[in-house]
Structure formats: C-alpha cells, structure tokens
Design a protein around this ligand. Structure first.
Ligand SMILES: [Zn+2]
Ligand SMILES: [Zn+2]
Length: 257
C-alpha cells in the first residue's frame, strides 16, 4: 500500500500546503481521501495520475475537505481526453446524497450524472465497505462535527488509519489499535489546543494509545510558523514522527509486532 499526501494544509491558503487530499494506492484501488481546495492542481504538479482515481472518501463536510469534489467530477468528464468511462465511487458520511443532490441545484445535473458511472455510498460509523477483493474501508466517528469520521484502509499487508479532523478520542485510539501507519491531523500547537482538533501532543498520545507503528502528521494551520510539530509529537508518541508536506510519499506495510 502506498500513501501520497497531496495536500497537507487546511482551510488557510498558503503557498506550500493545499487543503487536505491523500491518495492511497493498493491493488486496483486508487482511493482519494478528502478533496479540498487545490487538490487537482497540486496532484497535477506532483505528477499524480488523478484521472485514475477509483474511489473518493470524504471525512466530513467542511469546505477544506470536500470543496473541490465538484471540480474533480467535472474534470473527469471535460478535463481529460477521452472522457472517463470507468466507474467512480463516492463515499462519505450520512447526508452525502442529500448534499450532492442540493449541489445539482447550483451546478446542474452533471454532479450526479457526469457521463460515467457514479455510485454514491454513505458509510455509517462502525461499518466497513469492500473496495475490491481484499481491500476494505471502515469508518469511525470522530469528535469534530456531527458527521465527521476517520477512515481505515486495510489490504492483506497493511492497515492505514486517517483521522480526518478530530479532537482527542479514546474511542478512536481503540478503533485504530495496531495500525501500521496513522495519518493524523495536527491543526494547532499545544498552547492553542481545542476539543475538536489535535495538537502535536494529542496526536502523539492518540497514536501511542493506538499502538501505531508509525505516525505521520498533516493538516497544519499557518500558526505553526517555522516550529517543528514533529519534535513535540515525538515526545508524546515515544518514537520519531514524520511531518507531512505536499508530495510526501509513504510505503505502508505490516511490520513484525
Ligand atoms: Zn480540516
Ligand atoms: Zn473540519
């Protein structure tokens, strides 16, 4: 399993970090986790084959996590030659279908009828979907918004957890137990911590309780400046921590426990 961080940023536009988007590749699955502002152009600039995406899974309905989804649907029809014919599966929290239907009123019918087969699947916290033989996606509720979820992706060799946006949560840590890589949001420094986002210390603590083999931080607000959140997180995690940048790539596989 391979993970590419396309966007390691937030709702705050900066030159070096676009809004959240992450590509997970395993088998025939090309899964995009979140699709915030700047995703498509950053993917293009990184040489990522965005037109080959097979699934998009959204963690919640904050704009920085799904605002560029309509642009992706549109680009797959009118931004590539020949236009896409392969199916695309959209996955998201309960209420996704109603929100996409509402978008057709503003943008037109192509949102749900883009000219290639489009499936919309709402995933309830605690449930699991098969993406292909041997590849599953599961969701866990997170303390962030009414709808927000974290996702896990498993294949026969790897167990990845993406927290989406979340506050500290023992339930989430238990659900993520034993993951090979935890991609955790890290919105704010420790001295600016709030209940609905993680800090370097609370992200490190979450990954430590989960027993994650590796911790990668993402989703940094500009308030971090030049400070290194990885140093603080490593103290709570108990091991070295990676700080993602746009274009960061990670190989995910089970290591001997
Ligand atoms: Zn966010
Ligand atoms: Zn959010």
């Amino acid at each position: 399993m391979e993970l590419v961080v396309i966007g390691s940023g937030t709702a705050a536009p900066t030159a070096d970090r676009t809004a959240p988007a992450h590509l997970v590749t395993t088998g025939n699955t090309r899964l995009l986790l979140d699709c915030g502002a700047g995703t498509l152009h950053r993917a293009a600039s990184l040489g990522i084959p965005w037109s080959e995406i097979t699934h998009v899974a959204l963690t919640h309905f904050h704009m920085d996590h799904w605002g560029e989804l309509p642009a992706l649907l549109f680009a797959l029809r009118w931004g590539i030659e020949p236009a896409r014919s392969e199916p695309l599966e959209l996955i998201g929290p309960v209420d996704l279908k109603a929100r996409l239907t509402a978008l057709t009123g503003a943008l037109s019918d192509w949102v749900l009828e883009p000219g290639y087969p489009l499936t919309v699947t709402e995933i309830a916290p605690g449930s699991t979907l098969d993406l292909e033989d041997g590849v599953t996606l599961a969701a866990c509720k997170t303390p962030h918004t009414e709808h927000s979820v974290a996702y896990s992706v498993r294949d026969n060799n790897a167990f990845l957890v993406y927290t989406g946006d979340t506050g500290p949560s023992t339930e989430l840590a238990e659900w993520a137990r034993g993951c090979d890589l935890m991609l955790a949001e890290c919105s704010l420094p420790d001295d600016r911590g709030i209940d609905v986002h993680l800090t370097p210390s609370s992200a490190g603590e979450l990954a430590r309780i989960a027993g994650a083999q590796k911790l990668v931080l993402t989703h940094f607000y500009p308030v971090f400046g030049d400070s290194d959140p990885g140093v603080v997180a490593a103290r709570a995690f108990g091991a070295a921590v990676e700080v993602a940048h746009d274009g960061a790539r990670f190989h995910v596989e089970s290591s001997p426990k």
